[in-house]
Design a protein around this ligand. Structure first.
Ligand code: ARG
Ligand code: ZN
Length: 470
């Protein structure tokens, strides 16, 4: 629609000029060419659960992050260049950014006005940005991000410890450490250049392009993730790590204070688990792989950071620790490659990842899919809230994980194995590197699995309480 609109304006100009040439030019006023109007981009992307998350009016293509971090002081110095394309004529636009101090900000190389209102960084460029045009934002900032080492608890964000830091950002922690369009609807490629004291490792997503001594007794680590990545899946992990590398840009980092036999040995099975999952879901979507285990005890969960999940160290106290790897690695297909269009659809991440985890459990003799399903079907506490609409405060409720995975198993029991895996592969393939919604998934399942599937999925996803046994 906008392209047609522009063409229409151009045509109008041509006709007006033609009229001027043919007529009495001297007596005619200059043709009135309608000036496009420029309006502010929306302060939120339109998410039903997180109305302030992300922003409207542009589409980020790339984040270039140059970071210097000093574990001793917790000081982060950032220089970010965002490349984006306007999707409307913008008089101004927002980024999401926490409380680090901005020292300089330009748009297309020219100084821009900016102000902060809560998490919104409101940027007014010196001239309006035309729809369809590429623009760049260059920001320099500094401070001590996120949560310091003395914090008692932590959920998400940039987490500082005495010897390093790690960023785990679901759903909106990214704005702790870089200005961002903080919603999975706007995925982008990333480059990271992270400068840390010599001897300290700095891990991020994607391919390690190299390390370089700065001469200042520091090292710069350069990483590149080319595949589109949701903002919460970007990570940096800084500290003293043991590293394992291997084919396929494998890079595994385990905090050097953790026991190798319990942790490194489990992480080393990452390629094997990915291969097993690829047999069900189709080709692994990314060109690098690995995992990160920080020693930070406040990280009590795992996160599917793209290509390189972060695992809380306590998972490795247990015997079957590979089950958490299977969960986060399944997310690489479901969550990372196929991302949420809306946080309400979180079961498309967590239900699917739990399903992949159960498949791996079955494969390793830890109970069949059927066993998992029947065990939970007998329980009373896994049903609410229904996973299709858990509410913004219950994004990670057990029902989203367990009943979400049971929803897929109920679908499988209804359509049979062949059709079920055809649906999962079509979902991974059809939305690769993009986003998907629950209604798109239901449409796909009904197209491949028959119309009756629609009612089944609606009940399993949206009705309170235990659904009928499939
Ligand atoms: N997505 C993570 C997982 O794989 C869970 C993240 C929990 N996030 C949080 N803010 N508590 O299970
Ligand atoms: Zn998960």
């Amino acid at each position: 629609m906008r392209r047609l609109g522009r063409a229409g304006v151009a045509l109008g100009v041509a006709i007006a000029l033609g009229a001027v040439c043919a007529g009495d030019a001297a007596r005619l006023a200059p043709p009135a060419v309608a000036q496009p109007s420029f309006t502010p981009g929306a302060p939120g992307v339109g998410d039903r659960y997180l109305p302030e998350a992300g922003n409207g009016g542009y589409d980020v293509h790339h984040y270039d992050l140059q970071l210097r971090y000093d574990p001793g002081s917790g000081q982060l110095d950032g220089h970010e260049v965002i490349t984006a394309v306007a999707t409307q004529n913008l008089s101004r636009f927002d980024l999401d950014f926490g409380r680090l101090a901005i020292s300089a900000l330009t748009v297309n190389g020219t100084g821009a006005r900016w102000s902060k209102a809560g998490q919104e960084l409101v940027i007014t460029p010196s001239a309006g940005l035309r729809t369809g045009r590429r623009f760049s934002v260059d920001v320099r900032y500094a401070g001590q991000p996120g949560t310091g080492p003395d914090a008692k608890t932590v959920d998400t964000g940039f987490i500082r410890s005495r010897t390093g830091a790690v960023a785990v950002d679901e759903p909106t922690g990214a704005e702790d450490w870089y200005p961002v369009n903080d919603h999975p609807r706007d995925k982008a490629s990333y480059t990271f250049a992270i400068t840390v004291p010599a001897g300290v490792t700095a891990v991020a997503n994607g391919v390690l392009e190299g390390t370089q001594a700065t001469g200042n007794n520091e090292t710069t680590w350069r990483w590149h993730e080319d595949a589109p990545m949701a903002s919460y899946l970007a990570t940096v992990a800084i500290g003293r790590y043991r590293v394992q590398t291997g084919p396929g840009n494998l890079f595994i980092a385990v905090a050097d204070t953790l026991p190798p036999a319990k942790v490194d040995a489990v992480l080393a099975r990452t390629p094997e688990i990915v291969q097993f999952l690829a047999g069900m879901f189709g080709p692994f979507p990314f060109d690098s792989l690995g995992g990160i285990v920080p020693a930070e005890p406040r990280i009590t969960y795992a996160l599917e950071t793209q290509t390189r999940p972060v695992y809380g160290s306590t998972f490795f106290d247990r015997d079957n620790a590979t089950t958490v790897l299977a969960h986060e690695l399944t997310h690489q297909w479901f969550g990372d490659s196929v991302s949420l269009h809306d946080w309400r659809d979180i079961w498309l991440n967590e239900g699917f990842a739990t399903y992949g985890q159960w498949m791996w459990d079955e494969h390793t003799g830890q109970g069949s899919m059927r066993d998992h399903f029947e065990e939970y079907y007998g329980k009373t506490d896994v049903w609410d809230p229904p996973p299709g609409d858990p509410g913004p405060d219950k994004l990670f409720a057990p029902s989203v994980y367990v009943r979400g995975a049971m929803t897929l198993q109920a679908l499988r029991m209804t359509v049979g194995d062949a059709t079920f895996f055809r649906i999962l592969r079509a979902w991974a393939d059809g939305h690769r590197y993009g986003t998907g919604t629950t209604s798109e998934f239901i449409d796909l399942a009904a197209r491949l699995g028959g119309g009756s599937v629609r009612g089944l999925l609606n009940t399993w996803l949206y009705s309170p309480g235990r659904p009928p046994h499939p």
